[in-house]
Design a protein around this ligand. Structure first.
Ligand code: MOS
Length: 730
């Protein structure tokens, strides 16, 4: 692991608040008069509601309201959206129609949480059942092209792999995976007046949530305040808003009290999206010296019947390697399930499993080391559009990783290595994800007491956004970290994008960079205009250090400089966005993962022993939080490889393991020491800091390094995740 005590590393600015419990999460606010909402979920996966019996619930102690489709107050924003979905997803309590098991069918509001839970258990719903279809493999052949996005892709010749002298092909399966952040979906909705709403919300995007709620309830966006300073993990589930949030806001309006609604763990399986079950078929052809001649990649992802979700499952096959002939096809199977959504490394994480497994298989067929095979097919320019990369240090990643894990010291033959009676496997894989820069804005307020407040409506779901922003500001202005405060997670702050797609450090960081640079320029102007500071035109530019400006022999603190100029503060706001460089270059981050593991020769138990993960994410702003972010993504990858799977009983269209006893996320004992290495070279074009993103690439590709290592250890090629014992069956 990186040495966390290096000079220049910064502790997480909100770490103390988080570990001591003083950080306030959405469900922890206590507005006066708050009451509690609990959603009742459908017990069937497909059909219609015939009748409700809510008498017992309504008469239960403390109950204020029971809302369902027969008595639901109007939601003005639904009228403009045709069909079953509107802003916020599936229209809440819109009709008698059931689309999936667990679909909200009623909201119970009571004066205490316990009373609301109890009353919800008394709501009786009679259904007309229909047979649900939740099995993608049963309807795979009827899969349809998505309405938006995911168009078929071809460069060169389709199916060219078949003509190559060496070929591999295989089908791959990935199950439904659930995000499962520690903090479950939570909201407290407070109507401050007929058209003024305050929402304490778990969200990755306060501005987009604000827009959605304003649209839904027909109030001006400025009258909606979404507050979300702390988020206990998200992984994509809180990028968009969901019907449970609509329910709380609607309920609060109905009972005219603040309503708190928090999902329970089992509701997290059906009410906030997931990574969809996906079938893939990939075929690769290469010359005998390992040059790729054709890739054909086909995928069918699960989606819902009422709303479509698409992701770039086949995209990595299009963009990762220098291959002249690539064709891909992506389709959706519309199932009686809730709609999926983005989950860390959306699309690429799924596709990388197929592509990076198939390449490993090809490396054995060719008898070329898998790292060497990838280097031979390294794309020197973007294979999709021929553009140069803004920066690409993927070869450096291979070099750093192979060195660290001792890659070339292993015996490359599969089933050749043993240690302590265990079969030993080494595996590797790569990842890629676009590096973006959305428009963002930030305000800086430098006060006469020498403290700096920076504000932006960003979110921090865990990567350490606040910490990175403080680091950027400190480096520009030469201010100690503890003099800087970064405020985020409030829709009243200057606009920033939703935290997603590994884009926050780039977008918000650029705004913070720009506004701090403007403050620095203002301070420089002031010192030039201040006559008693020995500053002469033609002197070296002043140095900014330790909250002071140094010119010649004079050291003057920011505060003193403001006072001498009769200023209380410097208050500036800057909007920042990408320029035409986006048209001239292709922007991507890259990762390479190495895994060493043991497989028990009799039982097939897999124990990961060592992980080295390397990233080209441009300039690393804050080494410690960045390494921590990478470690988190890799742990998600361990779950994907070995443990995580939401399992349907297709007879009922219902999950059978919708709890943490049966849905296994990796625990400490599953996670070995993880070395994180960064190339740490700035990208010259992406933003003024040179920082690309790393949230997605930390996970993308990781699972294949495990299955590739299992192949190396055992000679078994496993193409279905997660790799449970039954699949190894030695
Ligand atoms: Mo992520 S899926 O960009 O939260």
């Amino acid at each position: 692991m990186s040495d966390f005590n290096l000079p220049g590393t910064i502790d997480r600015v909100d770490g103390r608040q988080k570990v001591t419990g003083s950080a306030t999460y959405a469900a922890e606010y206590r507005p006066a008069g708050m009451v509690y909402g609990v959603l009742v979920g459908s017990r069937i996966a497909k059909g219609t509601i015939k009748a409700y019996d809510v008498k017992a619930a309504e008469n239960a102690p403390g109950v204020l309201a029971v809302i369902h489709h027969l008595n639901r107050p109007n939601i003005p924003g639904y009228a403009a959206a045709e069909g079953d979905t509107g802003p916020g997803g599936l229209k809440l309590f819109a009709s008698d129609k059931i689309y999936f098991d667990g679909q909200p069918v009623a909201l119970v509001i009571a004066d205490t949480c316990e009373r609301a839970v109890h009353a919800a258990s008394l709501v009786k719903v009679a259904y007309q059942k229909e047979a649900p279809q939740t099995d993608l493999l049963k309807i795979k052949d009827k899969a349809q092209a998505p309405k938006r996005g995911g168009a078929p892709y071809k460069r060169g010749e389709a199916g060219a792999w078949q003509k190559a002298p060496v070929t591999v092909q295989g089908e791959f399966l990935l199950p439904h995976e659930i995000h499962h952040p520690m903090e479950m979906g939570s909201i407290i909705a407070v109507w401050e007046g007929a058209d003024k709403l305050t929402v304490y919300d778990k969200t990755q995007g306060v501005k987009s949530a604000q827009r959605t709620y304003a649209q839904l309830f027909g109030v001006p966006a400025d009258n909606v305040n979404v507050i979300s300073p702390f988020v206990g993990g998200g992984f994509g589930m809180a990028i968009r808003t969901w019907p449970y949030q609509v329910a709380a806001i609607l309920g609060a309006r109905k009972v005219n009290r603040p309503v708190k609604l928090m999902l329970d763990r089992s509701q997290m399986f059906t009410m906030t999206g997931y990574r969809p079950f996906t079938w893939q078929k990939i075929a690769i052809g290469a010359s005998r010296d390992g040059l790729l001649q054709g890739i054909t990649h086909e995928a069918v992802g699960a989606s819902a019947t009422y709303e479509e979700f698409t992701e770039g499952v086949v995209r990595m096959s299009q963009i990762m390697y220098a291959c002249p002939n690539v064709d891909t096809l992506y389709k959706l199977a519309h199932l009686d399930v809730s709609v999926p959504t983005w989950m860390r490394g959306p699309g690429e994480a799924t596709g990388a499993f197929a592509l990076e497994s198939a390449l490993d298989e090809l490396s054995y067929k060719l008898n070329i080391d898998p790292v060497e095979l990838r280097i031979r097919n390294h794309a020197d320019k973007d294979p999709e559009n021929g553009l140069p990369y803004s920066s690409k240090f993927l070869k450096e990643c291979y070099a750093l990783g192979t060195e660290k894990i001792g890659w070339y010291k292993r015996n490359r033959t599969s089933k050749s290595m043993q240690e302590d009676g265990m079969l030993v496997g080494y595996g590797m894989s790569s990842g890629i994800f676009g590096a973006y820069r959305s428009p963002a804005s930030a305000r800086a307020l430098l006060r006469a007491d020498g403290t700096l407040l920076i504000q932006s409506a960003a979110s921090d779901i865990g990567p350490g956004t606040g910490t990175a922003m403080v680091k950027i500001a400190a480096d520009i202005l030469g201010l100690p970290y503890d003099k800087i405060k970064f405020e985020l997670g409030d829709s009243n702050l200057p606009p920033a994008p939703t935290q997603g797609g590994s884009g926050t450090t780039s977008a918000v960081g650029a705004a913070v960079h720009d506004v701090c640079t403007a403050v620095k320029e203002k301070l420089t102007e002031l010192i030039k205009a201040t006559h008693d500071t020995n500053f002469h035109p033609g002197d070296q530019p002043p140095a900014f250090k330790n909250g002071s400006i140094q010119t010649g022999n004079t050291v003057i603190s920011f505060g003193e400089l403001l006072r001498r100029n009769n200023l209380q503060e410097i208050d500036l706001t800057r909007n920042s966005k990408a320029g035409e460089e986006r048209q001239k270059y292709s922007f991507y981050s890259f990762s390479v993962h190495f895994t060493k593991l043991h497989v028990h020769p009799d039982t097939g138990v897999v124990k990961i022993k060592e992980i080295v993960t390397v990233a080209d994410a441009g300039k690393i702003i804050s080494e410690k939080t960045a390494a921590s972010q990478m470690i988190g993504g890799v742990i998600g990858g361990i779950g994907m490889a070995l443990t995580e799977e939401a399992i349907f009983d297709h007879r009922y269209g219902r999950y059978v393991n919708s709890n943490f006893a049966d849905y296994h996320v990796p625990v400490n004992a599953d996670v070995p020491h993880i070395d994180v290495l960064f190339v740490n070279k700035p990208d010259p074009y992406i933003n003024p800091m040179g920082a690309k993103g790393m949230g997605e690439i930390s996970l993308i590709g990781y699972a294949a390094s495990v299955t590739n290592a299992i192949y190396h250890a055992t000679g078994k090629r496993i193409r279905q995740l997660p790799v449970t014992l039954d699949k190894i069956a030695l």
